[in-house]
Write a protein that binds this ligand. Structure first.
Ligand SMILES: NC(=O)c1ccc[n+]([C@@H]2O[C@H](COP(=O)([O-])OP(=O)(O)OC[C@H]3O[C@@H](n4cnc5c(N)ncnc54)[C@H](O)[C@@H]3O)[C@@H](O)[C@H]2O)c1
Length: 405
């Protein structure tokens, strides 16, 4: 009921108002902490049954359900997906499905027991302008795709890392968590970049062939919240990612796709531009888009056999999960950002505290445009080693070492 689950409640209630869905039951182990929310969502008037244990909820209600929404902490996704699919039901599973490539394979196997595939809720794959632009890319209008870059700076206050017991954790109870900006909050954009670099099908994602990465932390947490990652895909497209939460001020994010005849610039929710090499600029207005309402609708269409596939299946998430795991393998350790570059920023209006890295914008630009790694340019760390999918066998050991186990 809390965190992003609250947003799902709001979206499902809106669809229920329109007669497009009906919420049968919900659960949260901290159900008593959400009395105000339960009143706001009018759960009693709507006849929604409320449980504190998801197993009791599934036992009591599964015969009356078409799908189960799982917007819970990442480390619970696999067990909940397994319990739901064992009952023959599909899942609207929040992204990331898991951040452990081996667990993802188990989830893909579990999903095959159900007639309909589960959806992984990466928000932006179904955006109409994105799909239209990818169709044009595949038709060859912009020439061959050579590379793509993602830059994202999303400030997160100190309180973000203490909002629950899994934020910033690499492992919990000997299980992989790997919470980070790359694997969690900005995972949408990483998955989007892989989507631009996919194969010849519309719904396809570039597969990482070789990855190099440098991972950093500024906050006193176990995991990494500043990532520099480069991969070549199996089809030879070079992708660079520079992401951080160690910043203050306004949030920025930009997906850029570099083609022979044009550069595509895509800023979710704000701006879409095609900058042609001949000097023309084509602007495409982003449409108003409620990610949750629209993703629920899109998934319902698939469940009613009105569309051929969900936007992202578990198998479609392989590229993202493997890239995340290879980035950790390549980096080998999480380096502290030199203290001289980090300062505290108090935002009085919000009453929140941020850490800001003074050269974060320049470090991102140097990496994305020139391929210059921060470790060799003032951030004082050894470069990451090249990691390929053949190295995944070492992944669990490397994460354990990173977590000091
Ligand atoms: N799509 C998006 O834009 C978006 C945005 C934010 C978060 N998310 C995703 O949503 C998921 C949840 O993230 P969060 O930050 O809201 O997490 P959270 O820790 O706030 O947990 C969400 C809710 O799950 C409940 N929960 C915990 N254990 C449970 C259990 N055993 N059974 C039932 N409920 C349980 C918690 O009490 C809480 O109310 C993650 O996968 C995250 O990546 C997606």
């Amino acid at each position: 009921m809390g965190g992003f689950a609250g947003s799902h409640h709001t979206a499902v209630a809106a669809l229920e108002e329109l007669g497009e869905a009906k919420l049968i039951a919900t659960c949260d182990p901290r159900v008593k902490s959400f009395t105000i929310e339960q009143q706001t969502w009018r759960l009693a008037e709507r006849g929604v049954q409320v449980y504190s244990d998801y197993r009791a909820m599934l036992d009591a209600c599964h015969r009356g359900l078409d799908l189960v929404v799982v917007p819970t902490p990442i480390n619970l996704h696999a067990e909940m997906h397994a319990a739901v699919t064992a009952l023959g039901l599909p899942v609207y599973l929040e992204k990331p499905p898991t951040l452990d490539f081996a667990e993802l394979e188990q989830m893909i196997a579990a999903d095959s027991r159900v007639r309909k595939s589960s959806l992984v809720g990466f928000n932006f794959i179904i955006e109409k302008p994105r799909l239209a632009l990818k169709e044009r890319l595949l038709a060859g209008e912009f020439g061959a795709i050579r590379g793509a870059t993602l830059s994202a700076l999303w400030p997160r206050p100190a309180s973000y890392f203490s909002r629950n017991n899994w934020a910033g954790r690499l492992m919990m109870n000997d299980r992989i968590v790997l919470d980070s900006c790359f694997g969690n909050a900005m995972a949408h954009f990483v998955h989007n970049l892989l989507f631009w670099a996919g194969g010849t099908e519309l719904f396809s994602w570039g597969q990482p062939a070789a990855v190099r990465a440098e991972l950093y932390r500024a906050h006193a947490i176990e995991g990494a919240y500043t990532f520099f990652v480069e991969t070549d895909t199996t089809s030879g497209v070079n992708l660079r990612f520079a992401l951080s939460h160690a910043c203050a001020g306004a949030s920025t994010h930009l997906e850029m796709v570099l083609c022979d005849k044009a550069v595509l610039r895509y800023v979710v929710g704000r701006q879409i531009e095609i900058r042609w090499n001949d000097g023309r600029t084509e602007k495409i207005a982003p449409e108003p888009f409620d990610p949750l309402v629209e993703n629920h609708r899109d998934y319902h269409r698939y469940l009613r056999d009105e569309s051929p596939r969900p936007a992202t299946t578990l198998a479609d998430s392989r590229a993202f999960v493997v890239l995340n795991d290879l980035a950790h393998l390549s980096s080998g350790h999480i380096a502290p950002i030199p203290a001289a570059l980090v300062s505290g920023v108090r935002e009085e209006k919000e009453q929140k505290d941020y850490l800001h890295v003074s050269d974060i914008v320049a470090a991102q630009e140097n990496f994305l445009v020139r391929g210059a790694w921060p470790g060799a340019n003032g951030w004082n760390r050894q470069p990451g080693e090249v990691a390929t999918p053949a190295d995944l066998g070492r992944f669990h050991e490397v994460v354990k070492t990173m977590a000091g186990k």
